[in-house]
Design a protein around this ligand. Structure first.
Ligand code: NDP
Ligand code: MG
Length: 390
């Protein structure tokens, strides 16, 4: 029986993780669950799964959660610091990081230092501080098990293979709702258009990232650190059906692919049960229903975010941290109708030129870079000419 801490249990990945736990009560137990502001759902989850700890990040909601769970033997805590502290609890075996954004970094670092294996959904952690986090994982002998479907695919393809035989990996991208569109078209799109992903239902931030191809850019950086690769060993190919979740090409030219219907519960389950596979009743893929799996090159001129992410990876240091923070602010502004779709790339590019570059950042440098970039990007957005987006 593995005790799981789910950071971000009220989100898309978090709720699907609870479904996996529910399907496998003899293997997994929800030991700790955390939410940010959705007190209602967190309370419902606590009542159903009876975890040892429930943490609501938004301290204003503490009284509500505490009161609702007062008749149950559950420890209720509040605040971000409580999450950072409690991930080190001796009874936790795996921490599944399903918080969104930079907020995932510090709890993950604390969990690694306490020797916990990480089931990593929060890709931003590796984007911001991949070298630091993977270095700590090595030092503390903990596994970072990918939850992101592409990285889970690569991880599965690598089972039984030697690392030095990898020629390259090929990350697949659905292309999002705006695949094949022009820059002119993108200049007119609204948040409602961008929130409609063709294949996946996910949280708002990653859905916008998928529409702008920034998600693939973040995944390229995530893959670099997870699998210890050079930037030129990572290819991206657009595959609109999202059936091949990613591939590895070995030095003899052989390519292995991992396939299945798009369903995050499989990579979540694999990360939690690794190294074992667990039988389940998820819907099966049938080749006959997909006679046309297709592939095309990503359009880096129209979807500039992917190009910017590759550039950040090549420039190393705190550059990916700058890109991540600028992107988080840009996406929040776009979701708030404060900026246009194409402005997001401009904001990121300007931050890349204006924020101080640090070649070998330490944790404090990442925290400062993140803060500084957010402030800079927010001011930039305020100064941008007002447009009507709704
Ligand atoms: P959601 O927006 O659906 O959920 C985010 C979760 O994090 C919620 O529980 C939310 O709480 C909590 N949260 C938000 N902000 C903070 C904060 N500042 N501090 C603490 N907790 C916070 O996101 P997803 O589940 O879609 O994504 C989670 C992570 O997984 C992201 O990093 C994403 O890139 C990655 N991922 C997601 C995939 C997907 O299919 N959804 C696929 C692959 C990776 P509340 O709702 O209570 O406010
Ligand atoms: Mg993915």
């Amino acid at each position: 029986m593995k005790n799981i801490a789910i950071l971000g249990s009220t989100g898309s990945i978090g709720t699907q993780t609870l479904e996996v736990i529910k399907d496998n009560p003899s293997l997994f137990r929800a030991f700790m669950i955390t939410g940010h502001s959705n007190a209602y759902l967190l309370i419902q989850q606590a009542m159903e799964f009876l975890p040892e700890y429930v943490i609501i990040c938004d301290e204003a909601k503490y009284a509500e959660v505490k009161e609702a769970l007062s008749h149950l033997p559950i420890n209720v805590l509040a605040g971000y610091q409580a999450i950072k502290d409690m991930v080190t609890h001796p009874e936790i075996h795996i921490v599944l990081t399903a918080m969104v954004g930079f907020a995932g970094l510090e709890p993950t670092i604390n969990a690694i230092k306490a020797g916990k294996d990480i089931a990593l959904a929060n890709k931003e952690t590796l984007v911001v501080a991949g070298e630091l986090v993977t270095g700590l994982a090595k030092q503390h002998n903990v596994k970072i098990l990918p939850v992101d479907s592409e990285h889970s695919a690569i991880f599965q393809c690598l089972a039984g293979e030697e690392h030095n035989k990898i020629e390259k990996i090929i990350l697949t991208a659905s292309g999002g709702p705006f695949r094949g569109k022009t820059t002119d078209f993108l200049s007119t799109v609204t948040r409602e258009h961008a929130l409609k992903h063709p294949n996946w239902v996910m949280g708002a931030k990653i859905t916008i990232d998928s529409a702008s191809l920034m998600n693939k850019g973040l995944e390229v950086i995530e893959a670099k650190w997870l699998f210890g690769l050079e930037a030129d060993q990572i290819d991206v190919i657009v595959h609109p059906q999202s059936i091949i979740h990613s591939m590895v090409q070995f030095e003899d030219g052989s390519i292995k692919a991992q396939m299945g219907l798009p369903d995050m519960k499989l990579p979540i389950q694999y990360a939690l049960s690794y190294p074992n596979r667990v039988k389940n009743n998820f819907k099966r893929f049938d080749f006959v229903n997909y006679p046309n799996l297709s592939f095309e090159k990503p359009d880096l001129d129209t979807f500039r975010n992917l190009k910017l992410a590759f550039e950040a990876l090549n420039r190393k240091g705190n550059m990916p941290c700058i890109v991540n923070a600028a992107n988080e602010i840009a996406v929040a502004a776009f979701l708030n109708n404060d900026t246009g779709f194409l402005d997001m790339s401009d904001i990121i590019e300007t931050c890349m030129t204006k924020i101080g570059y640090i070649e070998q950042p330490k944790l404090g440098d990442y925290l400062n870079t993140d803060k500084e970039t957010r402030i800079f990007a927010q001011n930039l957005i305020k100064q941008m000419p007002l447009k009507a987006y709704d």
